[in-house]
Every structure is written in structure tokens, then in C-alpha cells.
Design a protein around this ligand. Structure first.
Ligand code: ATP
Length: 256
């Protein structure tokens, strides 16, 4: 589904991503791990089209998308979310969901403006989908609460809900567990699994919470210093001496 070929991102003289190659199979949940500063977020930015790579190619669903901006990737079903939830805090939870544009280029606003009946039908369909999403995420009780008043974990669920309002194929989750309490974390994990197994979403997730990685991800890709160190199943990656060394280096750095 996604192929990264020798991706490089250089900031001045510093290589944040250094010849990264791996591919993501449709239907999987790929975990992207690595110590702080390994280049994970920069790699996400490249995949999501936030900025172009210095070198290397990206293919998504068989098409070269290396230089496409994020809005075009979004319309192709590649959606990025999370590290900082991007809800509109003054709008209600329901309104936040209804504002997400559908990833369907045919449904342009202009074509809808041509017919009032079509607008109403479209709005009703969006509202129905928003309620369905709230039910799935068990958030109906906060539908009319301002999003800014949600807990951290509820905001993460809402962010996941916003991806469900699109016809996402590949979702990039940036540290979904960060700041989420244990109870909501279990719920978040359960919802991600259902979206993957039953609704066919493919995920890549950056995460420092190894319990979540172990539960959800196969394969796991470990990065360090901009490079892919190893990829494989969780146990293989976790017990690889290079991975242990990379994390040990980080904790020694922290201690210094
Ligand atoms: N815009 C930028 N300009 C210069 N350096 C940058 C820029 N963005 C990231 N970097 C550097 O690139 C390296 C990789 O950063 P990145 O945020 O991708 O790491 P990460 O693996 O996501 O780390 P963390 O787990 O702490 O979020 C870091 O050394 C960072 O300081």
C-alpha cells in the first residue's frame, strides 16, 4: 500500500531522516518506534506531505506521491492525526465531526450549491455519519459538549472519529497514547483494532507506549538517528541488541 524508498530529509547540514526504506501492507497496523529524536515525526511529515523529502520516493497505492501536498494525499485516503489533537475547542463534539470534509473530490461544494435539496441531503448524511461515529466511539453522551472541555483521552477518541468521517485508507497516528488515562487507552486500542479488522483501515502509529505497540502492531519498525534499524514482529524487534543499544543511548543521554 505504501512504499518508502531511500527517503532522506535534511535540515541544513543535519539529516533527520537518512535513507529510510520500508513498505506497509494493506490491512496491517505498523508500529514506528525509536528513541527521542530518531526521526519518526519527520518521517510522518514526509509521508503525509507536510514537506517534500530531500531525496527518495514515496508510493501510495501504486502511485508516486512523493511531491504531493497533504490536501491531495488526504483526498487519496491518506490521513494524519493526533500528537496534538486538532479539535475546534469552541465547537461541540458533533460539530467537530460534521466539519471534516469528505475525502471525495466529486462532492465539491460548488456542485452542491447548485441544488438546495442536494445540500440538505448531504448535510443529513454527514450528520447521520457523525452520530454513527459517536456511537462507535461511545461518545454520544458528549455530543453537545464543547470539544475544548473534553478530557485528553476523549480528545484522542474525537480525533480518531474525525478520521472516520473521511474515507481514510491509511491513517497515521502520532502518539495516540500520550496523555490518555488507562481506561480510555484500552478503549482507544479496542477502537483502533475494530477499525483495522472490521473496517479495513491500515494504520501506522508512532508510539512510546510499548504495551500499546505490542498489543496492536505487526510489524514494528525501529528507527534511530534517522535510519531504520530493524523491522519485524514485536518480540524480534524488542530483543534485538541494536534496539536495546539505541534506547540505552537515549537513557544515558537523559541522565547526563
Ligand atoms: N524543522 C526542523 N529543523 C531542524 N531540525 C529538525 C526539524 N524537525 C526535526 N528536526 C530534528 O530532527 C531530529 C528528528 O526529530 P523528530 O521529531 O523527527 O524525532 P522523533 O523520533 O519524532 O522524536 P520524538 O520521539 O522525541 O518525538 C531531531 O534531532 C530534531 O531536532
Amino acid at each position: 500500500m505504501l512504499e518508502l524508498d531511500q527517503l532522506v530529509k535534511q535540515f541544513g547540514g543535519f539529516r533527520a531522516v537518512d535513507k529510510c526504506s520500508f513498505s506497509v501492507q494493506q490491512g496491517t497496523i505498523t508500529g514506528l518506534i525509536g528513541p527521542n529524536g530518531a526521526g519518526k515525526t519527520t518521517l510522518f511529515n514526509l509521508i503525509a506531505g507536510a514537506f517534500p523529502p530531500t531525496a527518495g520516493r514515496i508510493r501510495f497505492l501504486g502511485e508516486d506521491v512523493t511531491d504531493l501536498p497533504s490536501n491531495q494525499l488526504f483526498h487519496k485516503g491518506l490521513v494524519r492525526t493526533f500528537q496534538i489533537p486538532h479539535e475546534f475547542h469552541r465547537l461541540t463534539v458533533l460539530e467537530n465531526l460534521m466539519l471534516v470534509p469528505p475525502a471525495q473530490p466529486g462532492e465539491s461544494l460548488l456542485s452542491n450549491w447548485l441544488s438546495w435539496g442536494k445540500v440538505r441531503a448531504a448535510e443529513q448524511a454527514v450528520e447521520a455519519r457523525a452520530w454513527e461515529t459517536l456511537k462507535f466511539l461511545e461518545l454520544t453522551h458528549v455530543a453537545n459538549v464543547r470539544a475544548g472541555n473534553l478530557s485528553g483521552g476523549q480528545k484522542k477518541l474525537l480525533e480518531l472519529g474525525r478520521t472516520m468521517m473521511t474515507d481514510a485508507k491509511l491513517v497515521l497516528l502520532d502518539e495516540p497514547a500520550a496523555g490518555v488515562n488507562r481506561t480510555l487507552l484500552r478503549k482507544l486500542e479496542e477502537k483502533i483494532l475494530i477499525l483495522n479488522r472490521e473496517r479495513g483501515y491500515t494504520f501506522i502509529l508512532i508510539e512510546h507506549d510499548m504495551e500499546m505497540i505490542e498489543k496492536l502492531c505487526d510489524p514494528v519498525v525501529c528507527m534511530a538517528e534517522g535510519k531504520v534499524l530493524i523491522s519485524g514482529d514485536f518480540q524480534t524487534v524488542r530483543s534485538d541488541p541494536r534496539v536495546l543499544e539505541a534506547y540505552l543511548g537515549e537513557s544515558q543521554g537523559d541522565a547526563a
